[in-house]
Design a binder for this molecule. Structure first.
Ligand code: 5GP
Ligand code: MG
Length: 179
């Protein structure tokens, strides 16, 4: 698995150090005694979510939503919701957590559905990675752990054809390993 990686972009230690900072900021921003609903966009956010949550000592609930927009390494441009219903968050503060903000189509589609249907009292977004692209993304994130160059990356939740999510770091996949 490690042999398929051309370069490590963010080491496990660098990710964890940055999560310490990000979690401190989120904790300070939400620290008023009201519970928070964290909604994880599956599957890519699983390791990020697990590591982030354990650093936030606030009353919170965890919900999830399975969405996809990528197949292999090419964005399909359409966002697919795998379940018909959104999590129950009416009247609650929501923090959406995703792995990466690339074109922003995914986050935008999810934000639009939450705004139209969920009745959350506050909606913010948190991503592990934001790609530095020439075209601005279609959605913004309130919390970003890292900005990265516009390369196709895998690991720490990010996949290629369902694989590599279990790498403990973020790396660039070797060209010949692409589907
Ligand atoms: P967007 O809708 O912002 O273009 O893309 C968001 C989704 O596409 C992410 O949640 C992620 O699943 C996938 N994605 C975008 N860029 C990458 C990348 O560099 N590597 C991988 N593995 N997935 C990506
Ligand atoms: Mg995703």
């Amino acid at each position: 698995m490690h042999d398929d990686i051309e370069a490590v972009l963010l080491s496990e230690a660098a990710i964890h150090r940055r999560l310490d900072e990000l979690a401190r900021r989120i904790t300070a921003d939400y620290d008023d005694g009201q519970p928070l609903s964290v909604v994880a966009l599956l599957n890519g956010s699983i390791p990020f979510l697990a590591d982030l949550l354990r650093r936030i000592p606030l009353p919170l609930r965890v919900e999830s939503l399975r969405v996809s927009s990528y197949q292999g390494r090419a964005s399909r441009g359409t966002v697919r919701f795998h379940e018909p219903a959104l999590p129950e968050v009416c009247g609650r503060r929501v923090l959406l957590v995703d792995d990466i903000l690339d074109t922003g189509e995914t986050l935008r589609a999810v934000q639009e559905r939450f705004t139209a249907e969920a009745g959350a009292s506050d909606l913010r977004t948190c991503v592990l990675l934001r790609k530095e692209r020439q075209i601005p993304p279609r959605a913004q994130a309130d919390y970003v752990a890292f900005s990265i160059p516009d390369r196709f990356v895998v690991g720490y939740g990010l996949d290629c054809d369902g694989l590599y999510r279990n790498l403990p770091y973020i790396g660039v996949l070797r060209e010949e390993r692409a589907p």
